[in-house]
Design a protein around this ligand. Structure first.
Ligand SMILES: Nc1ncnc2c1ncn2[C@@H]1O[C@H](COP(=O)(O)OP(=O)(O)OP(=O)(O)O)[C@@H](O)[C@H]1O
Ligand SMILES: [Mg+2]
Length: 616
């Protein structure tokens, strides 16, 4: 039978749309809190019952809503935040679609009370599962109170999708935390089932971070502050990569104050951290991107937590480069070559204590890395410390093809003679401990080096230099590796073949959807080649831009370095250990391994004297 077309009534439209805007209590909470922020509130109080599905009550002290606008406030497509089409490309508020309250009101027992400063009393409107009541006066302070009860009670099928009270509560709590972090100037309180969860006074971002994530977080972040003008800046904090093992996962990215999850951003952050973070770890950060609203489209999804960039390639590059630079400045600005050639500057130590001795009795914690308080004259010692090295010996224990060792381990005329080496920054080797650490004596104490970590960094830096001067040496495979690709991947391959060959990959197209990998980088042989190639092609497709390959180079080189570095339990002779120490002294960033962990630390004689209570 032919079915005729008819228009849906407003109530039904609202309910259909509510499905997208109000997925669960936390999305209702998000809409309401965003309205409070848009209304310039500086105090917002939130009460939740039963994970928000029984009650969400938000009271703010913002601008309020005029009595005559109360009905419009809960009508669809009614907003005070947009006036004309041009405004759509200049959005500076969190809301703009004019549907948040309408959606919530259609699926809950909803009341909206508000008082503007100019009025002597407030007014309230109720909307019970879509049925509107009359406006009545109410006695409240300036600002707005929104109450949402029994969410989805009128749509049992939908209510069934809600999870347990504790899951819904966790979602609400996370939503609250995001809004609280992005608005540290606002005081907030949150209660759940009458229990106080947060009571946050206004302050700066760092205090807000510590109120929410604990003081631990506050102390271990690096500041990011990069403003390149034209309304493009990145600011906030990233967590020190060395501490990742024992922290919570904090990944918050805001664009123009809006929390977003975005593939371009996530990839840019990952690449920003490449080379200092183990690939299985996720970086932790609270970051704010400010961008000209004309360069971004926030009207992608009704939930408003997705964006589209006008030029995703340059945003990707801006984010990853800013992070890389900042991490380099913070982690490596005391890099060995710099520090050592600055040896005359007497003491040079890091702000962040890297390892503390977990020793209950004589308590001391001064063992920070890089406390290079060796004194004047060291530089001359380095310069006078020349000798020929035995490349074969090095190539042997570095466990890499001898051809490559020439490029990788040219020791810049620093030899590995052991006499007098204790005058050198990393001293002269005494022994190898448990096949893992090198113990080395310096003029004023003992240095402990994690040999695999240090070696990995040395190789990475060498590979990077090699790549900058030429391309990475590659090796031909006996049998080509065949990889199936999608049409998009094959297009990405055709466009970027040249770039791949710079990295040491020789690849041909076999058919429309198959590639043959014929050569791979000399040092890469870990059975993950196909995946690596596919990942790189996907990145070309998703993010475009020639900088992607540059960022991937580091990841690739880092993988290669890890595979080539000397393994634990590999017995080293004293000359080999000294060779490694000398090489570290010549390597940029040698104080941290490729995953951001320290490669060495020093115990001074002072530390030891204190420990043994000598001279007290
Ligand atoms: N807490 C509040 N304080 C002051 N005005 C408010 C508040 N909440 C809502 N409003 C007013 O009600 C209007 C409708 O709110 P609603 O959330 O439905 O839409 P919006 O915020 O304009 O857009 P979006 O649907 O994208 O959130 C807002 O434009 C604003 O003028
Ligand atoms: Mg809104």
């Amino acid at each position: 039978m032919l079915k005729r077309i008819h228009k849906l009534n407003d109530n039904l439209v609202n309910r259909i749309c509510a499905g997208e805007v109000v997925e669960r209590p936390s999305s209702a909470l998000k809409e309401i809190l965003e309205n409070s922020i848009d209304a310039s509130s500086d105090r917002v109080d939130i009460e939740l019952l039963e994970g928000g599905s029984k009650l969400i009550k938000v009271s703010d002290n913002g601008s309020g809503i005029d009595k005559d606008d109360l009905i419009l406030a809960i009508e669809r497509h009614a907003t005070s935040k947009l006036a004309n089409e041009d405004d759509l490309y200049a959005i500076r508020t969190l809301g703009f679609r004019g549907e948040g309250l309408a959606s919530i009101a259609s699926v809950s027992w909803f009341t909206l009370s508000s008082k503007i400063q100019e009025s002597s009393c407030g007014y309230q409107i109720a909307n019970i599962f879509g049925e509107q009541n009359d406006i009545k006066p109410v006695s409240i302070n300036n600002g707005t109170i929104v109450e949402v009860s029994d969410l989805y009670n009128n749509i049992p099928a939908r209510k069934k999708f809600l999870k347990s009270e504790s899951t819904e509560y966790q979602h609400c709590k996370s939503t609250f935390e995001r809004i609280a972090i992005s608005n540290p100037q606002v005081s907030f309180s949150l209660t759940h089932n009458h229990k106080e969860i947060y009571s946050l006074s206004s302050g700066d971002l760092l205090s807000r971070i510590s109120e929410i994530f604990g003081n631990d977080y506050k102390n271990k972040y690096f500041t990011i502050a990069e403003d390149v003008g034209n309304e493009l800046s990145l600011s906030g904090y990233v967590y020190h990569p060395s501490y990742l093992a024992n922290n919570k996962n904090v990944q918050m990215f805001f664009i123009n104050g809006r929390f977003v999850r975005d593939k371009v951003v996530q990839n840019a952050i990952k690449q920003g951290f490449s080379g200092v973070l183990h690939h299985e770890h996720s970086p932790n950060y609270v970051l704010f991107l400010t961008i000209n609203p004309a360069d971004i489209d926030v009207n992608v999804h009704p939930s408003k937590n997705e964006v589209r960039f006008k030029d995703s390639g340059s945003i990707h590059s801006f984010i990853s480069r800013t992070l890389k630079k900042s991490l380099a400045d913070n982690l490596f600005n005391n890099s060995s070559s710099q520090t050592y050639s600055n040896a005359n500057n007497d003491t040079h130590s890091y702000d962040v204590p890297i390892r503390e001795f977990d020793n209950n009795s004589p308590s001391y914690n001064s063992s920070s890395i890089g406390s290079n308080n060796y004194s004047q004259g060291t530089k001359e010692h380095i310069n006078s410390y020349q000798g020929t090295q035995d490349r074969n010996l090095i190539a042997n224990w570095f466990n890499i093809p001898k051809d490559a060792s020439h490029e990788l381990f040219d020791f810049n005329e620093i030899g590995h003679k052991t006499d007098n080496a204790s005058y050198l920054p990393l001293g002269s080797a005494l022994a190898q401990l448990q096949g893992i650490y090198i113990l080395s004596q310096t003029r004023d104490g003992l240095i402990v080096v994690d040999m695999h970590a240090a070696h990995e960094r040395i190789i990475l830096e060498r590979l990077k230099t090699q790549l900058m001067s030429d391309s990475i040496a590659s090796q031909q495979l006996l049998m080509p590796l065949l990889v199936n690709v999608t049409p998009l991947q094959s297009e990405a391959f055709t466009l970027n073949k040249q770039q791949l060959s710079l990295l040491g990959f020789e690849i041909d197209m076999l058919g429309e959807n198959q590639l043959a990998i014929r050569s791979i980088p000399l040092l890469l042989d870990d059975g993950k080649t196909e995946k690596l190639v596919i990942d790189v092609l996907d990145d070309f497709t998703n993010f475009g831009g020639s900088n992607i390959i540059a960022d991937h180079q580091e990841e690739l080189l880092s993988t290669m370095a890890c595979h080539c570095a000397v393994r634990a339990n590999h017995q080293l002779t004293i000359p080999e250990m000294n060779a490694l120490l000398r090489e570290m002294e010549q390597t940029n960033r040698a104080n941290y391994c490729n995953h951001g962990r320290p490669t060495w630390f020093k115990l001074t004689m002072n530390d030891l004297d204190k420990m043994f209570m000598r001279g007290q």
